[in-house]
Design a protein around this ligand. Structure first.
Ligand code: SAH
Length: 354
């Protein structure tokens, strides 16, 4: 048993089953044993790889997209350039290098990173050495200023609750004990007003998910964009509406049972983009667009060709593979989606439709 499994087993034995959201929060962010708190999951020998770690093209195109949106909104200065869950800091470094070519952008940008993990903050400090950066605990602490924000694979790490439909009520999926080991169970059925709208498109036994923390995060972002202007780009795996159990664990690039090794495996769930858009009625949102289409519209093929011109042999083969990996429907191209939030009455950022 992992040290965190022992702690959770004792806690559940003493006070009863916990929700999936409580379990995820402990596994990811427990101060001593949490997955993100204690390690760099993206480094060499890590557990998963993300788009900015696959190729510099990803961060560069995000940077140019945000810089064009900033120009389109009259180049406000100063403005907050924010990233949620910046991992190793690679995306922000690539973004700043590319957007730095846009006159005035770098001078007006005040970089804010929302990061819970001390280990990853250290990594970000090294990657972004030379750039003034402010770290924040929460999106509630973002300055009251125009906000241009990127969140890549952040929302999938936020804890989710899971509910299984039982006639016209819902049973919450919980983690309890069976033979002194962690195991899934269900609460007694209860009607839940917040889930009434899901009675129309689910039937007995279906599982749906909701994130209690995503709403407040989005509200804080949307408030700043509505008051001061800006854009939020949210990129993640998921779909317009949650349907089914998507809780997943990954360790050393392989899926595993989410209860197998708490604190040692990454836990995530698909993002319900409809819930994010609904939490932000004061701003407009783009159509949900696949990552492949979004990156192609931003010009990834032209950028890939420009980089390819300087490469040969294995480096060229590897570079071509990264373009495919980011955009091909059978790789990350269709599973990952992009949603933008922007002020009512302004056009969406480049690459996205209203
Ligand atoms: N965006 C990066 C890393 C994705 S991994 C990339 O694309 O490579 C998820 C990131 O979110 C990590 O940096 C993790 O520490 C951070 N994170 C997870 N939950 C968080 C929370 N509740 N608050 C702040 N940061 C969080």
């Amino acid at each position: 048993m992992t040290p965190l499994a022992e702690l959770l087993t004792r806690r559940i034995a003493a006070t009863g089953p916990i929700t999936v959201a409580d379990y995820m929060a402990e596994c990811l962010l427990h101060p001593r044993h949490g997955y993100y708190t204690t390690r760099d999951p993206l480094g060499a020998g890590g557990d998963f790889i993300t788009a900015p770690e696959i190729s510099q093209m990803f961060g560069e195109l995000i940077g140019l997209c945000l810089a064009q949106a900033w120009l389109d909104q009259g180049a406000p200065a100063p403005f907050t350039l924010a990233e949620l869950g910046p991992g190793r800091g690679t995306l922000m470094a690539d973004l700043l290098r590319a957007a730095g070519a846009v006159p005035g952008f770098a001078a007006a940008a005040q970089v804010h990173l929302v990061e819970a993990s001390p280990t990853l903050r250290t990594c970000q400090r090294e990657t972004l050495a030379g750039t003034p950066v402010t770290w924040l605990e929460s999106t509630q602490d973002l300055p009251d200023a125009p906000l241009f924000l990127i969140a890549n694979e952040f929302f999938d790490a936020l804890p989710i609750r899971q509910f299984q439909r039982s006639e016209t009520a819902w049973r919450e999926r919980q983690i309890g004990l069976s033979n002194e080991r962690l195991s899934f169970g269900l609460s007694a059925p209860a009607p839940l007003a917040d889930l009434d709208h899901r009675l129309a498109d689910t039937s007995q036994g279906d599982v749906i998910e909701s994130s209690p923390t995503a709403g407040p995060v989005i509200e804080a972002i949307a408030y700043r964009i509505a008051c001061h202007g800006g854009v939020a780009l949210i990129i993640d795996y998921g779909d317009w509406r949650s349907q089914g159990d998507t809780l997943q664990a990954a360790r050393a690039h392989e899926p595993e049972d989410p209860l197998a090794s708490p604190g040692l495996a990454d836990l995530s769930a698909h993002v319900d983009f409809e819930a994010l858009a609904k939490a932000a009625p004061d701003v407009a949102h783009s159509r949900l667009t696949t990552q492949g289409v979004f990156l192609e519209r931003l010009g990834i093929t032209a950028r890939a060709q420009a980089l390819a011109a300087k490469l040969s042999g294995d480096a060229l083969t590897a570079h071509i593979a990264t373009h495919r990996r980011l955009t091909h429907p059978q790789e990350m191209g269709s599973l990952f989606k992009t949603l933008a939030l922007f002020p009512h009455g302004t056009p969406p950022p480049p690459g996205l439709n209203p």
